[in-house]
Design a protein around this ligand. Sequence first.
Ligand SMILES: [Zn+2]
Length: 85
Amino acid sequence: MRVPPFHSPLRGIGLEEAWHDHSECPIGKSIHPHDRILGTGCSLARCKFCVLLDEPLSNTHTDTLLPLPHYPPEKARIKTLVNTW
Ligand SMILES: [Zn+2]
């Protein structure tokens, strides 16, 4: 879910110099609400996780999925097992 842009003045583990606008962003969620400043800040880039989360799933995953390994049909596998007994 989109939220108003915010950033944090704190720098530490998991905190990048970026602003966030997605409620499910792991980095954005790690920023305590008390430490959030509304707005995009100065010369900050939009968080890459927020960008990814904002894209439709069909665009982000179908092209990057590796083809599934080919397994023989179940009947052929059972026959092979029977023959080895
Ligand atoms: Zn983010």
